[in-house]
Design a binder for this molecule. Structure first.
Ligand code: ADE
Length: 237
């Protein structure tokens, strides 16, 4: 009997704009992760779960006010259908009033087996969706996007690159900025001298220990200058 291949991470993304979110999964590191079957990303068109022939998934707000609200019915139908296939670790809703996304959250999400991401639109979703279906709400920053798709792509990208085996140089994702609470040191490549703009001598010295020390020092300097708030955050990463 053929052995079933284990997929470490399964992501279902529910959206009204599937085309908008396809592209980030079709390039570079994320695409390679999908090709290597280290992650499976399933994009679901919420309109497939609409009840009327016009495929409506939104309606006017009770109590009046500008903007449409995404209806509970198609979302509930969609999530129920997905839940028949597997048990989810998290059902995430992308929203500007969610918990602020950071590297620590990306690390935690990368350890999950599967999750759903629901992308909001218009004035957001009927509050009952948040109360009864959603287990986690994420914001990627204090600004309002037209919908949750781009935010979902940001979260998926940050998470997928952390899955073991996705980045060929195993240590690479671990040395990213923020991974140790610090900003990455400056990086250089050829030529060593471009019109008098020189690469620091130490990087050409071949002395690994000195180079590591220099990089750590530069990381500290940069973090202090650009993101002093990171020094105040003492929570484990
Ligand atoms: N949807 C709209 N704006 C958003 C944001 N900043 N983060 C997550 N989802 C969003």
């Amino acid at each position: 009997m053929k052995k079933k291949k284990h997929i470490p991470l399964h992501i279902d993304i529910i959206t009204v704009l599937p085309k908008l979110i396809e592209s980030p999964f079709e390039h570079s590191i994320v695409k390679r992760a999908i090709d290597k079957k280290l992650v499976k990303v399933n994009i679901i068109n919420l309109r497939d779960y609409a009840s009327d022939k016009y495929k409506h998934v939104d309606d006017y707000m009770y109590g009046g006010g500008a903007g449409m609200v995404m209806m509970i019915e198609p979302i509930a139908k969609c999530i129920e259908a997905l839940k028949k296939k597997r048990t989810y670790d998290e059902i995430i809703y992308m929203s500007p009033d969610g918990e602020l996304f950071d590297q620590k959250m990306a690390n935690n999400i990368s350890l999950l087996k599967n999750f759903i991401i629901l992308c909001g639109h218009y004035k957001g979703v009927d509050e009952r969706v948040r109360e009864h279906f959603i287990t986690k709400e994420i914001s990627i920053g204090d600004y309002v996007l037209s919908g949750g798709e781009l935010a979902a792509a940001v979260v998926c990208d940050a998470v997928i690159r952390l899955i073991p085996g996705v980045i060929s140089d195993e240590t690479s994702a671990l040395t990213d900025s923020f991974q140790d609470g610090l900003i990455s040191p400056p990086a250089y490549t050829r030529p060593a001298d471009f019109k008098g703009m020189k690469v620091p001598d130490i990087l050409l010295s071949g002395n690994t220990k000195n180079i590591e020390e220099w990089r750590h020092e530069k990381s500290l300097e940069r973090t202090e200058k650009r993101r002093p708030d990171l020094f105040k955050d003492t929570s484990p990463r």
